[in-house]
Design a protein around this ligand. Structure first.
Ligand SMILES: [Fe+2]
Ligand SMILES: [Fe+2]
Length: 193
């Protein structure tokens, strides 16, 4: 349903389980970056009224996710650490060429956002199914549902604002590219690592 072409190796959860503090830290910053992305789309594309409305709602939701993860960190007696480099996102954002029309730029940013939501959702599903820590598993099950909705929303906006056929072609190409990146991942205790 998410369209992803390479599923995560479930053994990734074993790596994560050995370092819950690390995954929560990385996850907190994923939520912060999702918030920042929504704000940035408002600033870059203010004339897309429906997008601005949805991004305003998304800012609130993503920052509330950040708080939920931050609360988990402090409830476990830890303090939020520094941001982690997200090699997955760095590699992903190289796919579409820079420049192009304003619509192209919007579509590319929406497709990147859709894919990051889709992969996060896939990872959360795995955590919800495989984590031995049942409280954390339930936490990830609830977040998985939110991120699936975000994936649908971003892809829907890309199809609404861009040429449908062109958008679908770009989406398939991006999915292929992402599957290639994922071949080398699944080995670190980060959400996309
Ligand atoms: Fe989120
Ligand atoms: Fe999200």
């Amino acid at each position: 349903m998410l369209g992803l072409k390479l599923p995560t190796d479930p053994r990734w959860v074993n790596i994560v389980e050995k370092n819950i503090e690390e995954i929560l830290t990385d996850h907190a910053y994923c939520e912060q970056k999702a918030t920042s992305t929504a704000i940035s789309l408002i600033v870059s594309f203010p004339e897309y009224t429906e997008l601005v409305q949805e991004m305003t709602a998304l800012v609130k939701e993503e920052i509330s996710h950040f708080k939920m993860v931050h609360d988990k960190i402090i409830n476990r007696g830890w303090t939020l650490g520094r941001d982690r480099k997200d090699d997955y996102v760095i590699a992903l954002l190289k796919f579409f060429p820079k420049g192009g029309s304003r619509t192209d730029q919007l579509v590319h940013r929406l497709l990147y956002a859709a894919l990051i939501e889709a992969r996060s959702c896939e990872r959360f599903r795995l955590l919800s199914e495989e984590l031995k820590d049942k409280e954390l598993a339930e936490f990830y099950r609830r977040l998985m549902v939110s991120e699936a909705n975000h994936y649908t929303m971003f892809l829907g906006f890309a199809r609404q604002y861009g040429d449908r056929e062109m958008v679908d072609k770009k989406w398939q190409d991006l999915l292929d590219y992402e599957a290639n990146i994922m071949k080398d991942l699944g080995k670190k205790e980060t959400i996309h690592g």
